[in-house]
Design a protein around this ligand. Structure first.
Ligand code: IPM
Ligand code: MN
Length: 334
């Protein structure tokens, strides 16, 4: 039927409600996509918790998925499902843009940052053990291969986006070996991308400078190891109003999963109060990734126009609109 099949992982808590907004807006905008909803609830198989085969097969078949929030347990228990998904499909680059939203006031104006996070290793390798009682080791695993893979992606992204500047963010003054490897790999690769300007900055200094004035970062692509990217991307989101307003894309060679980074908000789940903007902006990133640029632009303009007007916005942004009223307002502006 000429439509692209896309896997939909609605997620927990507010996931189904915000997914519904995406579905409604996409169908009103005649986006040529048919959704394939899958359940990723972990199942016990041979004593191990695994993602259901059907869910994996769906993503592998469709190459693209959109994902709502999945609750992550703290401390003991099974590995975060979010991480399992990234690992299962080898989604090595996590792209997190943060762009100021007209109409939503923050202490900053004109923020437009792009952060690329290594998405498979570092402190997220999950290698931890008790040495003796009261002493634990968590391994930060950095490999040249994974570093090179995400760094090449960043250089490529810099060329395609026209930013043309890559800045590696690191702490190689202290993590001499691990961050040193990442940084040296970045520096070596820069010779292969002569049209891209390369420099490096210490993570703590990046934080200080970004919260003071983020605008000088608007022409750069920041690239960094996993945990730094986790933390710094939340900070960037804070500059423009929080995780309810920022998209994210987990990119691999075969598959990609676009997701909202915010939590499942169990306190407001099922009440029709959730803000679907982050998932919507992630779905727009997904459309761009699929080459459906006109649909992406049309929906994005409609969203920004509703947010700029500020009348039909959800409670988290200081409005009174229900999730579906906001979605309807977007639809009316398509
Ligand atoms: C994120 C989240 C995840 C992470 C959690 C939910 C496992 O914070 O996508 O940034 O730590 O990567
Ligand atoms: Mn995070």
């Amino acid at each position: 039927d000429g439509k692209y099949a896309v896997t939909l992982i609605e997620g927990d808590g507010i996931g189904p409600e915000i997914s519904q907004s995406v579905k409604d807006i996409f169908s009103a905008a005649n986006v040529p996509i048919k959704w394939e909803s899958v359940d990723v609830t972990p199942q016990l198989k041979d004593g191990k918790t695994v993602i259901p085969d059907e869910a994996i097969a769906s993503v592998e078949r469709n190459y693209v998925a959109l994902k709502g929030p999945l609750a992550t347990p703290v401390g003991k228990g099974h590995v975060s499902l979010n991480l399992t998904l990234r690992r299962t499909f080898n989604l090595f680059a996590n792209v997190r843009p943060c762009k100021s939203i007209a109409g939503y006031k923050t202490p900053y104006d004109n923020v437009d940052t792009v952060l690329i996070r290594e998405n498979t290793e570092g402190e997220y390798s999950g290698i931890e053990h008790v040495v003796v009682d009261g002493v634990v080791q968590s391994i930060k695993l950095i490999t040249r291969d994974a570093s090179e893979r995400v760094l090449r992606f960043a250089y490529q992204y810099a060329m395609e986006s026209g930013r043309n500047k890559v800045r590696a963010v690191h702490k190689a003054t202290i993590m001499k070996m691990s961050d040193g490897l990442f940084l040296n790999t970045a520096r070596d690769l820069s010779k292969e991308y002569p049209s891209v300007e390369f420099d490096a900055e210490l993570l703590d200094n990046t934080c200080l400078k970004m919260v003071t004035d983020p605008v000088p970062y608007n022409d750069k692509v920041l690239v960094m190891p996993n945990l730094y990217g986790d933390i710094l991307s939340d900070m960037c989101a804070g500059l423009i109003g929080g995780l309810g307003l920022t998209p994210s894309g987990n990119i691999g060679d075969e598959c990609s999963i676009f997701e909202a980074v915010h939590g499942s908000a169990p306190d407001i789940a099922g009440k029709g109060l959730a803000n679907p903007t982050a998932l919507l902006l992630s779905s727009i990133m997904m459309l761009e990734h699929m080459g459906l640029r006109e649909h992406a632009a049309k929906i994005q303009n409609a969203i920004f126009s509703v947010l700029a007007e500020g009348k039909t916005i959800t409670g988290d942004l200081g409005g009174k609109a229900k999730t579906h009223e906001y979605a309807d307002a977007v639809i009316s502006r398509l």
